[in-house]
Design a protein around this ligand. Structure first.
Ligand code: NAD
Length: 503
């Protein structure tokens, strides 16, 4: 079988578009010889010229040695026809996302390359098994799923098709590392890992807005300030383009046979139908100027003229996070005198449910999310028919202490708990269906989506038992199977085990 470590390994790249060019570049930077092929007349010339130009720019910026760049250029060959791929030990296909085009191409490549050559597809959404089924040797067919822009995205998913030989996967791991990427091995499953895992973040953000719990600007601000995500879900959708993320959401949802965990909302579809794709059309969840800046960004902060409260009663005793937060806000805890705000730190429960369960006066109840980072921002919510003077007074106290208050409608799990519990629960489900190892699930989500932590690490940070309690409480309050806890999470929570525990 092909020697993946050989200095003479030749990589074929078929399709010299956006992805093909990136793959050629990282293969050359990894010291491998590359044969580039494209079906469009002159397509490989145009694509490879762009790659050479990028190497030149890296030299100009001092990021690449001129002699190394010259050596890389020597190793790049433009194919005159598909038969020129004959010397390739590994061929990476990056042509149009069309099953018939890919099947024809794989059949043709098999005719040309050696018996032991590996042929891998960069497809984002087609099952590897559906390509491999037309191949003579399906055991050498796999996925090698790069992310855009390839040179900047360190992750590569190696997709194990139903017939892929274990040795082929091992060799692709080596090749992925030689490309300078971090490989994770993933089962052949809809959306593979990152495009599945990413559904929790965007669709739960959409559900919060759909239920009018919070505005897109509020969700984004809480996820950035309290959750340390680089971008909020609405910002991210507008950046990647709703013309891209709505169809991906639907493909993954439908391929999982309409699993409600992956369900998006009518608002997503409405933006897609209206051609409001985000930054590229200047209209999406937000409105943009021609430079991509949001026009009149809506404030996530609660504006109030109320005098800051100085004293509150506390309904959830022995909550250290709440005590610390109230102290920072200069709110003194007093015995309830029947006329003061009553604050409660809730986990997965909404203010209504808490008040009904405990008998605490819902008109004076101000629920506070103490999870995540509350140094800059805190989320508050009240039950219907609350006396908003109490909420405003508590919000004003936080604002005075430099902690921006985000005030939302009653929601089981506020914003951050809901979002993080969904991300963690879906991560647990990915571990449950053995999509990849727990460690690889975390690695892939961090490298592929810039998450501050992987989904199982998020479960650890929140506490496995608490994560389970939050998602279970949301499930109970809503009755929506979207929030059913993953059995992976349930078992580890019930047994007091870590989220990464296998077996
Ligand atoms: N663009 C992304 O963000 C992204 C990310 C990950 C994976 N992918 C996947 O990578 C693949 C390529 O995507 P892209 O964005 O680079 O597309 P692209 O349209 O930029 O490039 C495709 C190239 O393939 C060539 N081509 C088409 N049919 C061919 C054939 N039969 N033989 C040889 N060349 C052929 C075209 O001439 C074109 O140059 C798709 O499967 C896509 O799903 C894309």
């Amino acid at each position: 079988m092909v020697d993946a470590t050989s200095p003479d390994l030749v990589i074929g790249v078929v399709g010299c578009g956006a992805m093909g060019q990136g793959i050629i570049q990282v293969a050359l930077q990894g010291g491998m010889k590359v044969i580039a092929h494209d079906a469009m007349a002159g397509g490989a010339d145009v694509g490879t010229r762009k790659v050479l130009g990028r190497l030149d720019r890296l030299v100009e910026k001092g990021k690449l040695d001129a002699a190394d760049a010259a050596a890389m250029k020597e190793k790049l060959v433009v194919s005159g026809g598909i038969e020129d791929l004959a010397p390739c030990g590994v061929v990476v296909e990056a042509v149009f996302e069309d099953i018939d085009v890919k099947r024809d191409l794989f059949t043709a490549i098999e005719e040309v390359v050696a018996e032991d050559a590996i042929i891998a597809s960069n497809t984002s959404s087609l099952p590897i098994g559906s390509i491999a089924r037309v191949c003579k040797r399906p055991e050498r067919i796999a996925g090698l799923h790069f992310f855009n822009p390839v040179p900047l995205m360190r992750l590569v998913e190696i997709i194990r098709g139903p017939a892929t030989d274990a040795a082929v996967i091992e060799k692709l791991v080596t090749v992925g590392e030689r490309f300078g990427r971090t490989p994770v091995v993933v089962k052949d499953s809809p959306g593979f890992l990152v495009n599945l895992g990413g559904r929790a973040f965007t669709t739960e953000g959409l559900h919060l807005a759909h239920e009018a719990v919070a505005t897109p600007a509020q969700v984004d601000a809480v996820m950035r300030d309290c959750g340390h995500f680089r971008m909020g879900p609405f910002q991210l959708m507008d950046l990647t383009g709703i013309d891209v993320n709505y169809p991906v959401s639907m493909i993954v949802f439908e391929q999982f046979l309409n699993d409600p965990r992956l369900r998006t909302t009518p608002m997503h579809r409405a933006l897609y139908d209206a051609g409001r794709f985000g930054r590229k059309t200047q209209q999406g969840h937000f409105t943009y100027d021609e430079n991509g800046h949001v026009i009149d960004p809506p404030s996530p902060d609660h504006a109030t003229d109320a005098a800051p409260a100085t004293a509150v009663a506390v309904a959830t005793d022995n909550d250290e996070a709440l005590a610390e937060l109230l102290e920072r806000a200069g709110l003194n805890v007093r015995t309830d005198d029947g006329s003061m705000p009553i604050v409660a730190a809730l986990y997965g429960e909404d203010a209504t449910g808490f008040s009904a369960r405990t008998g605490i006066d819902h008109t004076r109840l101000v629920a506070v999310d103490t999870t995540g980072d509350t140094s800059k921002r805190v989320t508050l919510m009240t039950a219907p028919a609350a006396d908003l003077a109490h909420r405003n007074a508590v919000a004003a106290a936080f604002a005075k202490a430099g902690i921006a208050p985000t005030v939302i409608q009653d929601s089981p799990g506020f914003i951050l708990q809901r979002m993080r519990a969904m991300i963690a629960n879906l991560g647990c489900e990915m571990a449950q269906i053995a999509l990849a190892t727990p460690a690889d699930i975390d690695t892939a989500m961090k490298l592929g989506l810039n998450y501050p932590k992987g989904p199982l690490e998020i479960a650890e940070e929140m506490g496995v038992t608490r994560t389970y309690a939050i998602i279970s409480a949301i499930h109970e309050a809503t009755g929506d199977p979207r929030y059913r806890p993953s059995l992976w999470l349930r078992r580890r929570a019930l047994l007091g085990l870590g989220a990464h525990q296998t077996g």
